[in-house]
Design a protein around this ligand. Structure first.
Ligand code: TXA
Ligand code: MG
Length: 321
């Protein structure tokens, strides 16, 4: 199959309507979309990504009205769910809610809950709105690899496996949506992302998620987001000794860099220490460093608050092997 990168939204809607896959931009990362109500189309996502069938997908709504058709809003949590939707939708925010029958089991991997999101990206919104059916869309990378933030990244991952990648330039946030579950009027953060713990804590108590629940979703497994090159976290590049006969790449954070001779190459996530800029650069720099055939990537830890917590979460997983 020939894979084309284009801006043709009409072709995207046509492909989705006949049950094919299309890679689409969102405000977080590029997604690999199929009509969520067509189980055969959704099965193609698992094939193209080599994703295990037990890993459930996020359902992206054409509009707010679709929420009540896809998911149940339990009486006790209804008000909180609607408040969060009002505040963070459309946007980089996903809620796991009890699912309705309409959602095929292949989408939720047999779970009785469904992850729901409503993207703010104008191109995504136009396409899903025109289709007027929800879209199942995981990140458009092969399973276990770094999420794509440009159309070219998607091509690098899925060339020959899909026919169309809709290009809208680099994505805004650069990391995947925040995923929460709502239980007993509390918010459980299942995946950190652009909507932070600090923002969510204004709405309800935040509960920590216990390990068995985390493992039940492979996106939460420690080794997700793995570059091919070994990656190690360090506190500061200055304290990292030069390595004999080893080519080391540095993923730096903040400030002017001090000892470049210790490293074969350096990428700075944000030299002004801006975590939004760092998140937007993270996956691109990981891909670039990974393509250089280095012996090791070292990444400086960044302060683990607000968006920094979501970035550290990805780096910790990338360093796990
Ligand atoms: O920003 C994003 O969320 C992107 C864009 C394309 O929307 N999508 C994305 O999808 O990151 P994916 O499939 O790469 O990650 C979704 C995560 C997976 O770790 C999956 O296990 C988890 O959501 N998930 C999906 N449904 C779930 C459910 N019912 N309960 C718990 N976790 C769920
Ligand atoms: Mg993913």
């Amino acid at each position: 199959m020939k894979t084309v990168i284009s801006t043709d939204r009409v072709a995207a809607v046509e492909l989705l309507r006949k049950g094919d896959l299309v890679a689409l931009p969102t405000e977080t990362v590029y997604g690999l979309a199929a009509n969520a109500l067509n189980p055969i189309a959704v099965a193609k996502i698992f094939g193209a990504k080599e994703r295990p069938r037990f890993d459930p997908l996020i359902v992206h709504l054409p509009n707010r009205e679709w929420l009540g058709r896809i998911a149940e809003l339990p009486a006790g949590d209804r008000q909180l769910i609607l408040e969060l939707a009002d505040k963070f939708w459309p946007g980089p925010f996903t809620m796991v809610l009890p699912k309705y029958e309409l959602v095929p089991d292949i989408v939720t991997a047999g779970l009785d809950t469904v992850a729901v999101r409503f993207s703010a990206h104008p191109v995504f919104a136009e396409i899903v709105g025109e289709l007027n059916e929800p879209l199942a869309a995981p990140s458009a990378n092969r399973f276990g690899r770094v999420s794509p933030t440009t159309a070219q990244h998607v091509l690098d991952e899925l060339d020959g496996r899909i026919s169309l990648i809709v290009d809208a330039g680099p994505t805004e946030h650069g990391i995947e949506s925040t995923i929460v579950a709502i239980r007993d009027s509390k918010i459980a953060i299942l995946r950190r992302g652009p909507i932070t713990h600090e923002q969510l804590s204004e709405f309800a108590d935040i509960v920590s998620v216990t390990l068995p629940q985390r493992i039940s979703a492979p996106g939460q497994l420690p080794s997700h987001y793995m570059p091919k090159t070994p990656l190690r976290l360090i506190d500061s590049a200055e304290a990292f000794p030069p390595q004999k006969n080893r080519r080391v790449g540095l993923l730096a954070w903040g400030g002017a860099f001090r000892s470049p001779q210790a490293f074969a190459t350096v990428r700075n996530l944000s030299d002004r220490g801006d975590s939004r800029e760092a998140a937007a650069n993270l996956f691109r720099y990981l891909r670039e460093l990974d393509a250089l055939g280095l012996d090791l990537i070292v990444a400086e830890r960044i302060p683990s608050r607000e968006l920094g917590a979501a970035i550290m979460d990805r780096l910790e997983r990338a360093s796990h092997r």
